[in-house]
Design a protein around this ligand. Structure first.
Ligand SMILES: [Zn+2]
Length: 681
């Protein structure tokens, strides 16, 4: 550890800012070997910030949408007086305007996420207008910051509030997102402006929290600051920030929580903030699904540097509980709006009980879904195990994209698996997506994820191997330690088509493995190298390893079979019993009433177990999708039930052609009914 710290500070002197959050260590002049300074306990290292460029296809289109529409439109929302996240607070904080704090306590953090998205975009596109936009807000943020490093406009602009009085004030959430955004900004621009603000924040937090004052033991609510400190550690090499991240992980559950009648739930929420049990002893995903997801992400960042076994084992236990008993087929995460935890603490926006996954009232906050993808990404790096990438991909294609309209201008907070018009919606669920909101955390979460998704596409390992995690048209140029670099192109129409072509342009001059992720659903995948069947097997749920001395012009073709698959849930999921969900490749599908003939209720549609499916590419539908068609069956038409229960309907089932659309594209054609799970006849 000491040697690494020393190396880190030497490198800091040499190059100023280390491109480490997302980049490989530079192999040095003339290919000189140098140990990577970060991710020292992880199996894999992330692709560099600018190593991957989307070129054509699904993710390239969404990256362009993020750059051209999502981020510029978001600025309008962040300036709208009714919105929960408000850039105006920094104008007031900097003394340019008079006024009081506007919006929600956590609004600063959501503004920082928007700046983070711009920084990721700037790293790729070098658009000077983005640089100026960031400089403008960073200057106001720097002026808002108190001389001792503290910054949180909801406290600073309200004379009635004091620091660290109430964990719901979200001070650490805001400062956490500042540290992450500043770390990305420093790497993208080479500027120290925002990084200087972030270092003052971290140094201030170090002074307040490193002594572990007992009165602040339950202070943090949504722990984005653990990730933020780890990002800052990887950019600055400052070991105190890693130590402080460990303090915050250890704080959770460090003080006994009194029994309920004697407890101030506002100050000591217990399971709601994962604060009842020390994380290292936890066995289940509990409480608020965003705070949980962010805690697990920050802890995974920590383990990837420290290799700590107890924390590592806890993260695997929690991951298994979350993904094998509490996650929706869409990757939706956090089933319930309001309820109690397994240890009987009141919780909201939270993980529910195992196997209790209501489709219509499924809460699935967008931020919680994305947090599961972020957690999957970190666990993938830590372990090199493709099951984490499978979950990450499931979220990204389904319950992340469903949060945004196809035009990139409006968003939703909840991502249910069923909608019935006329039936009351759960809290925060809305009939249509919106532009501004009283809780604006989700839109910038989508923006910053789309803006940096290319960095999830590849990773590399200390043996010089390259790991392909996500498929999509792109180019890669990634230096690896020991000398040399991986350069290649990837060409594919995935997820619509299953063929993925790679052309090798350059590799290290020695035998090195190219590892291709074979998703768990991809039975029968094949791989050819230079047109000949590869010797390696492409087993679902593994990385297929192709090791050889590569030469420029070598080609690799991966073929993933995209057959239509009908899924059933574990029998313990009562809400999905006797029903099927349909997926093709990574895309989960749904039935929308917009595709049913007038007068046919979605409630009458049954799927045949042996349904035969045809695929139909419709370039003009929903931005261009493949729909899945089959002959379903319709129950007899009946009047709506006047009573909750009635005699079972008799009568013949009639054939009914239907088509399903990708779940991510639902709710773009006016008010609709929708189902992911469809009953089987
Ligand atoms: Zn959110």
């Amino acid at each position: 550890m000491e040697r690494r710290r020393l190396l880190g500070s030497v490198v800091m002197l040499l190059v100023g800012v280390l491109p480490c959050t997302a980049q490989a260590a530079d192999p040095g002049p003339a290919g000189e070997s140098r140990e990577p300074e970060f991710y020292v306990s992880a199996a894999l290292r992330p692709a560099g910030m600018t190593a991957v460029h989307w070129t054509t296809g699904f993710w390239a289109d969404r990256y362009a949408l993020c750059r051209d529409t999502v981020v510029p439109e978001m600025k309008k929302a962040l300036l709208a007086p009714e919105n929960a996240a408000s850039l105006a607070n920094f104008r007031i904080g900097a003394g340019l305007e008079k006024g009081t704090h506007q919006g929600a306590f956590w609004g600063d953090g959501d503004c920082y996420k928007w700046i983070e998205a711009m920084a990721w975009l700037y790293a790729i596109d070098r658009d000077p207008a983005l640089d100026r936009e960031m400089d403008n807000w960073i200057a106001l943020i720097a002026k808002t910051q108190a001389p001792d490093g503290y910054i949180s406009t909801q406290i600073q602009l309200d004379s009635a509030k004091k620091r660290w009085q109430n964990l719901n004030h979200h001070e650490l959430y805001n400062m956490g997102h500042l540290m992450t955004a500043a770390s990305v900004h420093a790497q993208a621009t080479g500027k120290q402006t925002f990084l200087g603000v972030a270092r003052k924040v971290a140094d201030y937090l170090d002074g307040v929290f490193s002594p572990r004052p007992p009165e602040l033991a339950h202070m943090d609510f949504n722990p984005s600051h653990i990730m933020g400190l780890m990002d800052l550690y990887r950019v600055t090499g400052e070991a105190r920030y890693l130590t402080l991240a460990n303090v915050f992980v250890t704080m959770r559950g460090s003080r006994p929580v009194p029994p309920l009648p004697k407890r101030n739930l506002q100050a000591e929420p217990g399971d709601q903030t994962q604060d009842r049990v020390p994380l290292r002893r936890e066995t289940a995903a509990v409480g608020h699904a965003v705070t949980g997801g962010y805690l697990y992400c920050g802890a995974a960042d920590l383990v990837s540097e420290t290799g700590e076994k107890a924390l590592d084992e806890a993260l695997v236990r929690i991951w298994n509980d979350m993904t094998q008993t509490k996650m929706y087929v869409t990757g939706g995460n956090g089933a319930i709006r309001q309820g109690v935890s397994i240890r009987n603490d009141p919780v909201h926006e939270a993980f529910g009980f195992a196997f209790d996954l209501p489709p219509r009232l499924g809460y699935n906050e967008t931020c919680a879904n994305i947090a599961a993808a972020m957690s999957g990404w970190r666990m993938l790096l830590l372990k090199g195990d493709p099951r984490y990438a499978d979950v990450m991909e499931r979220v990204l294609y389904n319950s992340m994209l469903s949060a945004m309209s196809l035009d990139g201008k409006s968003f939703c907070y909840c991502n249910p698996l069923e909608r019935r018009r006329g039936v009351p919606l759960g809290h925060h669920d809305t009939e249509h997506r919106w532009v501004t909101h009283t809780c604006y955390c989700c839109p910038p979460s989508v923006a910053r994820t789309l803006a940096r998704l290319h960095t999830y596409a590849y990773s590399w390992s200390p043996d010089g191997g390259l790991w392909v995690n996500l498929y999509g048209g792109n180019t890669l140029d990634q230096p690896v330690p020991g000398g040399g670099r991986w350069r290649l192109t990837q060409t594919t129409d995935y997820p619509w088509a299953g063929s993925v072509q790679f052309e090798v342009l350059e590799t290290p001059a020695k035998p090195v493995p190219l590892n291709l992720r074979i998703p768990a659903w991809a039975e029968g995948a094949t791989i050819a190298v230079n047109g000949l069947a590869a010797e390696t097997t492409a087993r679902p749920g593994t990385y297929a390893r192709l090791e050889r001395t590569w030469k420029a012009g070598d080609t690799v073709t991966l073929t993933l079979p995209l057959d239509v698959q009908m899924l059933e849930a574990d029998p313990l999921v009562a809400q999905a019993k006797g029903q099927a969900a349909v997926q093709r490749g990574p895309l989960v599908y749904c039935l929308e009433s917009a595709d049913l003939p007038e007068g046919l209720s979605i409630n009458r549609v049954l799927l045949a177990r042996e349904a035969k499916w045809t695929i139909d590419r419709q370039a003009d539908l929903l931005g261009g999708v493949i729909v899945l068609k089959t002959e379903a069956l319709a129950l007899p038409d009946r009047e709506p039930a006047a009573e909750l229960y009635r005699r079972l309907t008799a009568g013949p089932l009639t054939p009914q052609p239907i088509q399903l659309i990708p779940y991510y594209a639902w709710n773009n054609r006016g008010s609709v009914d929708m189902s992911v799970w469809l009953p089987l006849r």
